[in-house]
Design a protein around this ligand. Structure first.
Ligand code: ADP
Length: 455
């Protein structure tokens, strides 16, 4: 039973068989508990009518009268006071009855064999063609006592019903099996399509598309699958771009290093030029090293965020500002701090990188002799850090792009940078369940607002 199709078929057949058996058992129990007694009452009335008719209008031949009754659909067993017995109508399958019962009916008692018929799980009492499953009543005819046991010849009466029931019993499961097989195909075909499409995706073909307009769960699955492949395609595209950009960014400093190293070889005697070239080599080396560090952080951020510890954010910021003193003095900038005590369960490396990067951008893109204000407070269930500069600002149409990897603003081309900084900041803050917002006006300044939820 490997395929879903065969499982579906076997389960449905099993359910059909089990429900038929259960249905039979329940109906049979209902017959024995409720209908059997009512049935017995009906029979008693019927036989009473027969016996009183015989007593009130004695037929010339009892034998002929009972033969006629048998022809219209009764099975009759007649015993007279000399214990001579006679069957009329179709044979009983079981035609034994205890002599004590016969005697009691001859003595004037009624026999309720239908009501008292023993309950059996797998035998329907109603259809049981047994002499005991009858109603017996006494009557007198020509001064002789008789005991008459009667039941309807179900076979005769119900032969058409039997045929209809039988056909139904065969047709219902047969049609159900065919319908179920069709339904299974309808359900399972799309899963096969999906499976084929999944294989295509696994072999990097992101154009795999599942054409399904169904509204059910399989339809939802197909739509989710299409969304997923679309997303994977985008991710693969941006991955390629990323690698292209990284290669490019490595290429330029490497070319410079190579070129200046060659120049040093050629002009090794000119001391001032040597100094200049080796300074360039050093700067490019530093740039490559910084880029590599950034890439490493970018790659390991998801792992780092799992290592959280309780941090004092105000102390962390003070330390970062302390470390940036030299750059601030170079730009002759003033920095204002308004920090409340803030504790946060985060990762020190990621938070330090994020704040350092925003601060270093504020210095890089700030005005000479400009100002930077950093405020930090806990409010409305979160920690809010605001880092504001009065520098060159960002053009409105570029605001969304600044978080993209390798994006560098036009006016940033002259400043040092890789374009990776804010992309990593955004990733780190997202991983720490925080948010980052930027407000900027060109030539007036930029404000970054970071929010972290209070645990
Ligand atoms: P990088 O600074 O290395 O170029 P970032 O990812 O840190 O890369 O920043 C992306 C771009 O966003 C920058 O090139 C710059 O154009 C813009 N930017 C970031 N911070 C500021 C700021 N405080 N003021 C003006 N522009 C900014």
């Amino acid at each position: 039973m490997k395929t879903l199709y065969s499982k579906f078929t076997v389960y449905t057949l099993f359910i059909m068989v089990m429900s038929s058996i259960l249905g039979f058992l329940i109906t049979n129990t209902l017959y024995h508990q409720i209908i059997k007694e009512q049935n017995d009452d009906k029979y008693t009335m019927l036989v009473q009518n027969m016996t009183s008719y015989i007593e009130q209008h004695p037929p010339t031949s009892l034998d002929a009268y009972l033969t006629q009754l048998a022809q219209v659909g009764y099975q009759i067993y007649l015993v007279d006071d000399k214990k001579q017995s006679q069957f009329y109508g179709a044979n009983f399958r079981l035609n034994e009855i205890s002599p004590a019962i016969v005697d009691s009916v001859l003595a004037g008692e009624a026999y309720h064999g239908i009501k008292d018929y023993p309950q059996q799980l797998f035998i329907t009492g109603f259809f049981s063609n047994d002499l005991k499953n009858t109603v017996g009543l006494p009557f007198t005819y020509n001064n002789h006592s008789y005991a008459m046991f009667v039941r309807l010849d179900i076979k005769l009466l119900f032969s058409e019903v039997h045929f209809i029931l039988g056909t139904l019993l065969i047709l219902i499961p047969l049609l159900s099996i065919i319908a179920m097989a069709l339904a299974a195909t309808y359900l399972i075909k799309p899963i096969q399509h999906l499976s084929a499409a999944t294989k295509q995706v696994a072999s990097e073909n992101f154009d795999a598309y599942v054409e399904l307009s169904r509204q059910d769960e399989i339809g939802v699955l197909a739509r989710n699958f299409n969304d997923m492949t679309e997303e994977l395609k985008k991710q693969r595209e941006s991955q390629k771009n990323f690698i292209r950009n990284v290669s490019h960014d490595f290429q330029t400093p490497l070319q410079n290093i190579k070129g200046y190293a060659e120049l040093i070889q050629l002009q090794s005697s000119e001391e001032p030029l040597l100094q200049e070239y080796s300074a360039i080599i050093k700067a490019e080396g530093n740039r490559l090293s910084y880029l590599t560090k950034q890439l490493l952080l970018w790659q390991t951020a998801t792992k780092l965020v799992e290592q959280r510890e309780v941090l004092s954010l105000d102390s962390l910021i003070k330390q970062i500002v302390q470390d940036a003193q030299w750059s601030l003095q170079q730009q002759q900038m003033t920095i204002w701090l308004e920090l409340e005590e803030m504790t946060f369960l985060g990762n020190e490396t990621l938070l330090t990188y994020a704040i350092e990067n925003i601060l270093s951008n504020a210095i890089k893109y700030g005005k000479k002799e400009g100002e930077i204000i950093i405020t930090g407070q806990q409010k409305e269930g979160c920690i809010e850090l605001v880092i504001q500069d009065n520098g060159i600002g960002i053009a409105p149409h570029n605001i969304d792009a600044i978080f993209e990897p390798f994006y560098r603003g036009d006016s940033s081309r002259t400043t040092e940078g890789t374009g990776l900084g804010l992309a990593i900041v955004k990733q780190a803050i997202d991983l720490l369940d925080g948010s980052i917002e930027v407000q900027s006006i060109e030539q007036q300044g930029t404000t970054f607002i970071l929010r972290f939820p209070l645990q």
